[in-house]
Design a protein around this ligand. Structure first.
Ligand SMILES: NC(=O)c1ccc[n+]([C@@H]2O[C@H](COP(=O)([O-])OP(=O)(O)OC[C@H]3O[C@@H](n4cnc5c(N)ncnc54)[C@H](OP(=O)(O)O)[C@@H]3O)[C@@H](O)[C@H]2O)c1
Length: 341
């Protein structure tokens, strides 16, 4: 942790294709002073999310990050100084604090500043109880409406969202097949996350393997990837199937959107539903999800794998890992340990 200055990564250029790191510029600024109604937060842990690539490029469910501003990121920090009635120095808080050491904030942001539940460590607040765990929960239960006995397929299954989504479907009594890149991830899905089967999309033919593993068709598809896997699943859906459009990471680097899935018309003949969602809309119900996820984790029925990088200087390189599949589980970065209370 650097004393006396605020180290920052500034968004300097919009991405074109795969991230190179040249989109960011290192800056050192004075530590900000909180105004009336603000808190000074010292950033401790950063969350890395594929949607950050979208925030850099274009307006979507939130406005794009303006060039010249600190790179936007969800993180956990500690209140150092407070001129806000709801926060005290020493408290751990979560918010959109960005790629920097310090932030003076009035509590607003893509996610508003929230205190961490007592006893929840920063890494868990950003992984299982963070955006990806919550997305898995509401995507599977609310959008996917899984029922015991159904066949569920999850793409990006060894990632942060996908691994939790698949385990929730297992807990609810479904048969679950995941797709992931590489043997190590596929073995982990079956042996540690208790999926029924995993398909290595990098070395196996997805369509052939889906036909073999889902002879009675697919009831629910939780899609993190889009592209080929979405099209192959659409060819095998059952009557009244639900396709949960969580993300489409295979196309986030594309400047021009690829053609839509050729098999989309199966949605009509199968009277099926394909629905997107954004987790921020579920904020009022986050406590319900945190309660269920925590219970399953304590009971040993749900594991969350984390992949932890260290050092703010490594933030750009760490974001790139999501798009190469180098991350194995929730990608986090530790900037600093919390000081003692
Ligand atoms: N709708 C929402 O509100 C919401 C909220 C959170 C996340 N999401 C979405 O959920 C998805 C997963 O996010 P996450 O944070 O949990 O990340 P993650 O799955 O932990 O990491 C990203 C993974 O994507 C896979 N990947 C990268 N490029 C790929 C490609 N071209 N084809 C296939 N797989 C590729 C890699 O795994 P492999 O090694 O297996 O390739 C990589 O590990 C993303 O699409 C994200 O945008 C949506």
């Amino acid at each position: 942790m650097s004393e006396g200055k605020n180290r920052q990564w500034i968004l300097h250029a919009r991405p074109a294709g795969a991230l190179t790191g040249d989109e960011f510029h290192w800056n050192e600024a004075p530590i900000p002073r909180p105004a009336d109604g603000q808190v000074l937060v010292r950033n401790l842990w950063l969350s890395f999310d594929p949607t950050q690539r979208n925030w850099m490029a274009r307006d979507s469910y939130v406005p794009k990050i303006p060039l010249g501003e600190v790179m936007r990121a969800i993180s956990v920090g500690q209140v150092i100084e407070s001129r806000h009635p709801h926060f005290k120095p020493g408290e751990l808080v979560q918010g959109t604090f960005g790629w920097q050491d310090y932030l003076a904030t009035d509590g607003h942001g893509v996610i508003g500043v929230r205190k961490l539940p007592p006893g929840v460590p920063p890494n868990l607040a950003l992984s299982l109880f963070g955006i990806t765990g919550l997305t898995a929960y509401f995507g599977m239960t609310d959008v996917g409406r899984i029922k015991s006995g159904e066949t569920v397929v999850v793409s990006g299954a060894a990632g942060s969202t996908g691994s939790v989504a698949g385990q929730i479907a297992k807990i609810e009594g479904c048969r679950v097949i995941g797709t992931a890149g590489g043997r190590e991830k596929c073995d982990w899905l079956v042996n540690a996350a208790h999926f029924d089967a995993a398909i290595d999309y990098k070395s196996e033919d997805i369509g052939t393997r889906l036909s073999a593993l889902c002879p009675d068709g697919i009831d629910v598809f939780f899609d993190n990837v889009g592209g080929v896997v979405l099209n192959e699943v659409l060819a095998r859906i059952n009557l009244k199937a639900r396709i949960v459009l969580c993300g489409a990471i295979s196309r986030y680097n594309d400047a021009v959107p690829p053609p839509g899935p050729a098999n989309y018309f199966n949605l009509t003949s199968k009277r099926a539903r394909m629905e997107g969602f954004i987790i921020l809309d579920y904020a009022p119900r986050f406590p319900e999800a945190i309660d269920a996820l925590g219970r399953w984790q304590r009971d040993g029925r749900l594991v969350q794998k984390e992949d932890v990088a260290v050092g703010l200087e490594n933030a750009p390189r760490t974001l790139m890992r999501l798009f190469t599949g180098e991350n194995f589980g929730k990608q986090l970065l530790k900037i600093a340990d919390p000081p003692l209370a």
